[in-house]
Write a protein that binds this ligand. Structure first.
Ligand SMILES: [Zn+2]
Ligand SMILES: [Zn+2]
Length: 462
């Protein structure tokens, strides 16, 4: 599978297949939930894992040769901007989940900064329903913390929790909840049903007019800087407030070494905090901004090389629980403009595994099982994503990825499945790619080709 580009030549050419019995044979199973790292076969029947074992007989099953490949739980993304409803010119549930399937993902958490905002049970149910009807991955809506993301009045989080969308994760991501009293009330409210609160970590007073990371490169380029303290003071505030009321806090897109230290200290004290880092913050730094390429503009901004190293170490030691993409599509007409006017955000779903594999596994910093843990059990421990994230065992839904850790390919943004093109990895050679993705036993990606989006049976109680 070295010619990854060719594998993706024909997109959406096939209907969903794989209803018959399958035998994933000869792969290296990496199943963090059970601590398994060994060569095992997996039989898939009627949407479920039917059997796991050595040298299973094929019988009537279609054999899928997994020699040289990793068989893992389907990847789980806690932080996806699917843009539907309201911004379908940039992405929608169908195109975003196709990108997810291409990246090995079976579960996506859709952020609430849509139009309308996901701030009521009805809209959360609409997003979940769009997922059931059109998605190649299961879609778990994130509920807004405040009405209209205005940072003032809390949403009816309890109603969203009790709805059929069963929202247990709330964020105004894109906009910080700046008012400490409002945020404290949100944390208190969430404790009533043990939901997780996630605040876009940025003190807006410290970042007014900011264009990139504050530092040497910003000084040379003459761009207003975005200080690392803006992130760190907000995380510190949120941790103190969460600890005070015993609430669960999730810190998104950690980007600075200082943030890592603050989270590490809070974890040591027993604060109920989890944290994520993005593939781009784990691999890119602000030196790249010298190109003024607006595709590199993101919030929080690309930081320094020292920050990148601190994030990598924190992911390895578990201070950072998971890799989350912050997949943020923007249509070319808005993203392709002068740096100062371009919106923040990058694509992530189709390159996440490749970046983690290339930068962290191949370099020896993460062993394969830990890397997969950060993309499966890590996020699945933060919120309820149903039968995603493993374990891979008989009787459980067959939500699986088959990954080629050796496939080397050059990212071509024009060939990605997202409706947008803003990949910071365009033109880069990466190693590692999803070959097959199975959602409840059906191929959403097969031999590198994404299945046609189609209605399919899903759990009614997502
Ligand atoms: Zn954010
Ligand atoms: Zn985001």
């Amino acid at each position: 599978m070295s010619d990854g580009v060719r594998m993706h030549d024909e997109r959406a050419a096939e209907p969903l297949r794989g209803q018959g019995e399958l035998l994933l044979a000869g792969g290296r199973m990496l199943d963090p939930a059970s601590g398994t790292d060994q060569h095992l076969d997996v039989r898939v029947r009627d949407g479920l894992v039917a059997e796991v074992g050595s040298d299973l007989a094929a019988g009537d099953a279609e054999v899928v040769d997994c020699a040289g490949l990793w068989v893992t739980p389907g990847l789980v993304d806690l932080h996806t901007h699917l843009r539907e409803p309201g911004f379908e010119h940039a992405e929608d549930v169908a195109s975003g989940s196709a990108a997810g399937a291409a990246g090995g993902y079976t579960a996506l958490c859709a952020m609430a900064n849509t139009d309308p905002v996901t701030d009521t049970a009805a809209i959360a149910e609409l997003v979940a329903r769009r997922g059931r009807e059109h998605a190649l991955a299961d879609v778990f809506p994130v509920g807004a913390i405040t009405k209209g993301l205005r940072g003032e009045e809390l949403t009816e989080m309890g109603e969203m929790r009790r709805s059929t969308a069963r929202v247990d994760f709330f964020s105004d991501d894109g906009i910080p909840v700046a008012d400490a009293l409002v945020f404290r009330r949100a944390l208190q409210y969430a404790t009533a049903f043990d939901a997780v609160i996630c605040n876009h970590s940025e003190d807006p007073d410290l970042t007014a007019g900011a264009q990139m990371n504050e530092g040497e490169v910003a000084s040379v380029l003459g761009l207003p800087g975005w200080p690392h303290e803006a992130e760190e003071v907000m995380i510190a505030r949120d941790l103190i407030l969460a600890a005070g009321v015993g609430a669960r806090l999730h810190v998104p897109h950690v980007s600075t070494a200082g943030s890592v230290e603050i989270i590490r200290a809070a974890k040591a004290k027993g604060v109920r905090v989890s944290a994520e880092a993005t593939p781009h913050h784990l691999s890119l730094d602000d030196e790249l901004v010298r190109s003024y390429d607006p595709v590199l503009k993101v919030n929080p901004p690309l930081r320094t090389e020292a920050d990148v190293h601190a994030l990598r170490a924190a992911l390895a030691d578990g201070t950072i629980d998971c890799v989350a993409t912050d997949h943020a599509p923007h249509a070319a007409e808005t993203k392709d403009q002068e740096w100062e006017h371009a919106p923040c955000g990058m694509l992530g779903l189709e390159t996440a595994f490749a970046v983690v594999n290339t930068e962290l596994v191949a370099s020896g910093l993460l062993d394969p099982l830990t890397a997969i843990a950060r993309m499966t059990t890590g996020p699945a421990a933060v919120r309820d994503v149903g039968a995603h994230g493993g374990p891979i065992e008989a009787g459980r839904p067959a939500n699986l990825a088959v990954l080629d850790p050796q496939a080397t390919w050059t990212v071509d943004a024009d060939r990605l499945h997202s409706r947008s093109r803003n990949s910071p990895f365009h033109g880069r050679e990466l190693t590692g790619r999803a070959v097959h993705t199975l959602l409840r036993g059906r191929f959403t990606l097969r031999d590198g080709q994404v299945a046609a989006s189609a209605a399919q049976p899903q759990e009614e109680t997502l």
